[in-house]
Design a protein around this ligand. Sequence first.
Ligand code: PHE
Length: 440
Amino acid sequence: MFVLAAIGSAVGLGNIWKFPYLAGQHGGGAFVLIYLVSVAVIGVPIMIAEILIGRRGRGSPINSLRTLAVEEHRSVRWAWLGGMGVVTGFLILSYYSVIGGWTVAYVLRSAAGTFEEASSDAVAAAFNAFVDSPTELALWHTVFTVMTMFVVARGVRGGLERAARYMVPALFVILLLLVGYAAASGSFADGFAFLFALDFARVSGAAVLAALGQAFFSLSLGMGAIMAYGAYLPREVSIARSAVQVAVADTLVALLAALAIFPIIFANGLDPSVQSVALAFIALPLAFGHMPGGTVFGTLFFVLLVFAAWTSAISIIEPAVAHMVERWEMSRRRASLLAGAGVWLLGLGTVLSFNRWSEYTWFGRTFFELIDFATSNVMLPLGGLLIALYAGWVMRREASAGELALSPAGYATWRGVIRYVTPFAMLLVLLQASGVLRLG
Ligand code: PHE
């Protein structure tokens, strides 16, 4: 159940919408390689740390961090790390819900047969007209926020966690089908080469920063979402094995999505780097529009994507709602209503950033890009740095060793990485993000 719930949190828009377009923007192969290394070397050790803290603290992230800090006679201010996660989740959901709304809208569009035999120009034009309309985006953003907060208010996470049991495998099967279609599209080799051919000239500081931020985002790390779920993990289950399972499943879904999308992009003569956030919303409808039974499969696919986004959205805001309930002793319903209202309001900024405000930029970024950058590239890595310091330096060896129950060599590796490698890498990343360091 834990692994399923964590996969439900990890697999979402990050895998199918974000990963492919980031890979497109950052030149493909180099980005993908840095991403895979980040998942293995930084993502998995931090996921282990988050589950470890959650399971030992047995509470919301803020409470777990406080409990364990007290246990080690350290400052209770470590609880602020949980507070930062609450804020980060709030910010992420504000735009996640806007994109989640796109997926809901695309269920209806596919079902209506809008994409049948449509040309790439027509599909792109339909997307552009869609994001050009603030009212339409606001409408679907509202629908998605209400869906999310409705489930959070009832606290029926169990039902959705169980949904992950069918949803993730079903998503997998349709993705495989799409990859099969992409393979037959004539440009599979181009797509494959774009994703996996290594061109070190394209490794830039910006690509490293984007890949690492994406690894955190996609694995739901750095803000306490996985920590919150860790509190429910039974003692006898191996933390490290669970972390590896979640990371592998999440990475496979992202790679399959990219393998489905890029060949279609190339087969239609589109440029992957300019499609940006529209990439998945152009490539996938195009593929469905031209395959037998595409209307049915396309609709089913977007339904699954809605579920994937939904289970992630719930985990993004759960730390905030749990905290409001604890801290202000309000009912779950009230807390969800308040959090939802805040998320909705802030999300309007993202809605407008795609149309009315598309010309307004702060630090060269639109409102949406700014929130995305601040969360994925600054706040999640900063959270990761502090979580690593906490697990590696605040918690005693006996505490973490007992909880992890690894072989001596396995434990020594994890501890070495979490104490030295992760903090150092995170520091470089944060310096790069702040502009102090320029790696090209
Ligand atoms: N991992 C989710 C995705 O890829 C997003 C997420 C981020 C979920 C942070 C929880 C916490 O879509």
